[in-house]
Design a protein around this ligand. Structure first.
Ligand code: ATP
Length: 300
């Protein structure tokens, strides 16, 4: 492979909450990654792709500035950078190529447990510790309240206890960290997930061709995660009822069973959750040997 061949450069979080899921996604897309801790720009050995491993907060800027062609980043980090750049009059364009199915969290306002929350108006004039001041500011403006900020890059939850702020605005998933620090969630500001983003200016033909291979694989991996392959044996005269019970399936494949004239094998790909209740209903129709299996990849 010639070294001058254009390589698609993807920015991902080096370590943190998004890095494991991102690596898993890229591996399931068939990329052979060789990510050692010290290698910050890693070559993918089987595709013309390089992986740049950086801090999460650097990813949007690297894509907006065209240093990286793609990036995988949380929507909170992305929109914070976009708002910040817009405020400073800097370049802030990007394309959100795909919303991914990991990194889900809420960016929420939390107050000390003893605070009497009566609605957003009671937060007017208060001071909040946060890592994402622009997101909070946009929310405050949209709701007609004024808030002050205290910028903290981490351990935001400690701010009210040490008198730095009245409350906080931070990322929450289970709420356990808030609770452990004597805080309660009072308002959701923003709902976030990870996104695959792309630089706004067109890619050269070679890089576009790599992206055209990669994107259907990303979609295929996400679709496969939601889907299950179901196999069962069903009474021949109950096929219509059995098909009706299959959640979000395409037409089932019906196969004969050796030495069982009254039974057939039914194979289907279910694109929705397949519940125990449905299996019990199938059993009641006379089905047996019901198998529900995960699918790793899907195409077409
Ligand atoms: P870095 O350390 O790489 O600069 P970071 O401080 O944002 O970035 P993490 O705490 O690993 O690092 O969070 C990365 C992203 O994970 C967040 O920006 C958010 O999009 C997502 N995320 C999902 N759940 C949570 C959560 N409960 N708390 C914080 N982030 C979460």
């Amino acid at each position: 492979m010639s070294t001058s061949e254009p390589r698609l450069r993807i920015a991902m979080q080096k370590s943190g909450r998004l890095s494991e899921d991102t690596q898993k996604l890229l591996k399931l897309c068939g990329l052979k990654l060789n990510l050692s801790d010290r290698r910050l720009l890693a070559h993918v050995s089987n595709m013309p792709i390089d992986i740049m491993r950086v801090r999460s907060s650097d990813i949007p800027g690297l894509v907006m500035d065209g240093v990286c062609d793609l990036g995988i980043v949380g929507d909170n980090t992305l929109e914070e950078e976009e708002l910040d750049r817009q405020l400073k009059g800097n370049k802030s364009e990007y394309i959100r190529t795909t919303s991914l199915d990991f990194g889900g969290c809420r960016f929420s306002i939390a107050m000390p447990e003893e605070f009497e929350y009566t609605g957003l108006a009671c937060l007017d004039g208060l001071r909040f510790a946060t890592t994402y001041p622009q997101l909070l500011n946009r929310f405050a403006k949209a709701n007609g309240i004024n808030v002050e900020f205290c910028l903290l890059k981490g351990s935001v939850e400690v701010a009210p206890r040490v008198g730095l702020a009245d409350g906080i605005c931070d990322l929450v998933s289970t709420g356990a960290t808030l609770e452990a620090n004597g805080l309660k969630e009072v308002a959701e500001v923003f709902r976030s997930k990870a996104s695959l983003i792309q630089r706004a200016d067109p890619l050269c033909e070679e890089k576009q061709a790599i992206l055209d291979t990669l994107l259907p694989r990303v979609h295929g991996v996400m679709k496969a995660k939601e889907s299950k392959y179901i196999m069962l044996h069903a009474p021949k005269d109950k096929i219509a009822e059995v098909s009706k019970l299959m959640p979000g399936t395409e037409t089932p494949t019906i196969l004969p069973l050796a030495e069982r004239d009254n039974m057939v094998a039914v194979h289907v790909v279910a694109t929705e959750t397949f519940f125990w209740e449905t299996m019990e209903q199938l059993k009641a129709l006379g089905c047996h040997s019901i198998l529900v299996m995960p699918i790793e990849k899907m195409m077409g």
